[in-house]
Design a protein around this ligand. Structure first.
Ligand code: SF4
Length: 368
């Protein structure tokens, strides 16, 4: 922990630091990459970084900067000329902190130390390569003004490390978010083998770790395909499914046929085929998504809610690049009212668990 009298300094590594450097490397890499880099390969990298490896690096002039906290090495950084040609001459190759000292602002000292050292070598511009899966590292560089300028794929042990965007209704967004946020350290109870921890961590976080962006769709209910489409529309109403071009729900069910005609159906008639689980679902607007989207009565426009800094940044970038046309929400006052009404109404669908107080599932305004 950092006390008010703690002394923090960044200095060149010395031969006496090599044991501590190996330990920081082991702990920080396990913390950052467990569940991302296949276990065997991760352990291989860690085994390579012996004190001898660091001594050899120092002898060959590749001296790391170390972060010294009250006489103890708790982090390091390596840097030099950029390994790829481009507009950035300098590069930070590695910057890692012992996990117990992360989140205290100490990485900033190392980052500034590297920047200063690269300036002294007259290397202008700075690039850092980080695995997208390493969200902590990406956030760290982002907060220091870093922005993505290039991307590449890397294959480690056959695992292609890449990201996807996930689009889903709220009950699909929530489990993805849970996978991303769950702290898997509880799996390490001191009794399990590394390979079991690795497999369970991968199972718990692996799919979520692949998702860089969550896009949620507004949703009040879904209908079963067999019930609504096959039984009702095709069977009862006599519309072959192959004749349908588009299907929409806007206060009523709208069936657009390929011949240009439109058939309307009362929403109540469709609701007979809603999934029963939906009647207890409280999340209308995908509250855990990065970006939520839906029509809510706005014809030809999509009402979009930017929910996280990443979602906002991405959206703004697309607008700046002319990929999206936007209008202020004030022009869709009615849709906004519907959005708020349905959000509140849907919150109230969550049943109060038997024997529990309503405040468990209702906010203060809903309890009035
Ligand atoms: S209303 Fe139904 S389909 Fe929509 S998010 Fe909730 S549970 Fe999922």
């Amino acid at each position: 922990m950092l006390g008010s009298g703690s002394k923090v300094s960044v200095r060149k590594g010395r031969p006496a630091d090599t044991g501590a450097l190996s330990q920081v490397f082991r702990e920080s890499w396990q913390f950052a990459y467990r569940g991302i880099i296949p276990h065997v390969h991760l352990e291989g990298y860690i085994r390579q970084r012996t004190p001898e490896w660091w001594r050899t690096a120092m002898r060959s002039g590749e001296c790391p900067l170390v972060l010294d906290l009250d006489g103890k090495v708790v982090g390091y950084a390596t840097f030099g000329a950029a390994r790829h040609r481009g507009p950035y001459q300098g590069e930070i190759y590695e910057l890692y902190l012992d996990p117990v000292h992360q989140g205290m602002g100490l990485g900033e000292h190392l980052f500034e130390g590297c920047r200063h050292a690269l300036d002294m070598r007259k290397l202008s511009g700075l690039i850092v390569w980080a695995l997208l899966d390493n969200t902590q590292a990406c956030d760290f560089y982002w907060r220091r003004g870093g922005r993505p300028v290039a991307s590449t794929f890397t294959k480690i042990g056959g695992a292609r490390l890449e990201k996807v965007a996930f689009v889903g209704v709220p009950c699909q967004i929530t489990p993805v978010r849970k996978m991303q946020l769950v702290d898997a350290s509880y799996l390490n109870n001191g009794r399990k083998k590394d390979k079991h921890i690795e497999r369970q961590t991968k199972f718990l976080k692996g799919y979520g770790a692949r998702v860089a962006l969550n896009i949620g769709l507004l949703c009040t209910e879904v209908f079963t395909y067999e019930g609504l489409m096959v039984e009702k529309i095709q069977g009862e109403m006599g519309i072959p499914l192959s004749d349908i071009k588009k299907f929409n729900v806007k206060g009523k069910v709208l069936i657009y046929k390929k011949d240009g005609s439109l058939v309307e159906m009362k929403l109540k008639a469709a609701q007979e085929y809603a999934r029963t689980e939906c009647h207890h679902c409280g999340d209308f607007s995908a509250e855990l998504a990065d970006i939520s989207c839906g029509g809510v009565g706005a014809m030809d426009w999509t009402i979009t809610i930017l929910r996280t800094p990443y979602g906002e940044e991405l959206f703004n970038r697309m607008v700046a690049e002319g990929l999206l046309e936007v209008k202020p929400i004030e022009e869709f006052e009615k849709s906004m009212q519907v959005l708020l009404r349905l959000t509140n109404k849907q919150h109230l669908r969550v049943p109060v668990p038997p024997g529990q107080d309503a405040s468990r599932v209702r906010n203060a305004a809903q309890l009035l």
